[in-house]
Design a protein around this ligand. Structure first.
Ligand code: ADP
Ligand code: AMP
Length: 216
């Protein structure tokens, strides 16, 4: 199973990716998580990525593409992978296709979690994440059992610095301009499958499972 998750920021990609990864035993690769880990460790990559992430801009293609290639070469990706937040530009999508073709492989599915813009602001400003284990919550739609504390590892959950209303608006504009064209890109390749992301987290996972069970 080689799958990518598409959808605007806040659509629920990370939330669904964790459940998909667990159910289908494929690694969940989130470029956003990779950048955030590097930022918290103050690596050179983290310092470079932070310049863009703080403003809600995309990290340059060359850097992002090379990170994903390195990650896909790891052993755990041999049986498949789930990419979350990559590709975000046509250039990244072409690089992924080229890389997989070089390795005699191809994508099975591009799964779009469709959520209209009016849902997004509430989802993203209410998002809380665990800085230790990466678990994601929502103060209203998916609260932790104990307020402010991660269910998985007990750490204090925080708000992402790029989840402010101004940055969210910038990220949505960038999504419309740079990432939305990928919907047609994958439709033309007959790889696109769309689920309605406006339903509950469990309902969206049910829709996704029905699609993935067909290619298992
Ligand atoms: P993405 O990875 O696409 O940016 P997330 O998975 O982090 O999005 O979800 C954004 C926020 O919306 C999180 O706070 C998450 O708990 C919440 N969320 C995710 N899916 C749903 C849903 N189907 N209904 C309501 N809230 C959701
Ligand atoms: P995410 O966790 O997917 O919301 O990503 C957080 C931020 O990381 C984005 O707003 C971008 O600045 C950066 N980022 C993540 N993935 C990519 C990508 N594929 N290309 C460029 N920038 C990215």
């Amino acid at each position: 199973m080689k799958i990518i998750l598409l959808g605007p920021p806040g659509a629920g990609k990370g939330t669904q990716a964790k459940s998909i990864s667990r159910k289908y035993s494929i690694p969940h690769i989130s470029t956003g998580d990779i950048f955030r880990q590097n930022i918290s460790l103050s690596t050179e990559l983290g310092k470079e990525a932070k310049k863009y992430i703080d403003k809600g801009q995309l990290v340059p293609d060359e850097l992002t593409i090379s990170i994903v290639k390195d990650r896909l070469l790891k052993d755990d990706c041999k049986k498949g992978f789930l990419l979350d937040g990559y590709p975000r530009t046509v250039k990244q999508a072409e690089a992924l296709d080229g890389f997989l073709a070089e390795h005699g492989s191809r994508l099975n599915l591009a799964l779009l979690i469709a959520v209209p813009r009016e849902f997004i602001l509430e989802r993203m400003t209410g998002r809380r994440v665990c800085p230790s284990c990466g678990a994601s919550y929502h103060i209203k739609f998916n609260p932790p059992q104990q307020e402010g504390i991660c269910d998985v590892c007990g750490s204090t959950i925080i708000q992402r610095e790029d989840d402010t209303p101004e940055t969210v608006s910038n990220r949505l504009d960038i999504y419309d301009k740079q990432t939305q064209p990928l919907i047609d890109y994958y439709k033309d390749k007959n790889l696109l499958s769309v689920v309605d992301g406006t339903y509950s987290i469990n309902n969206v996972f049910k829709q996704i499972s029905e699609r993935l069970d067909l290619i298992k």
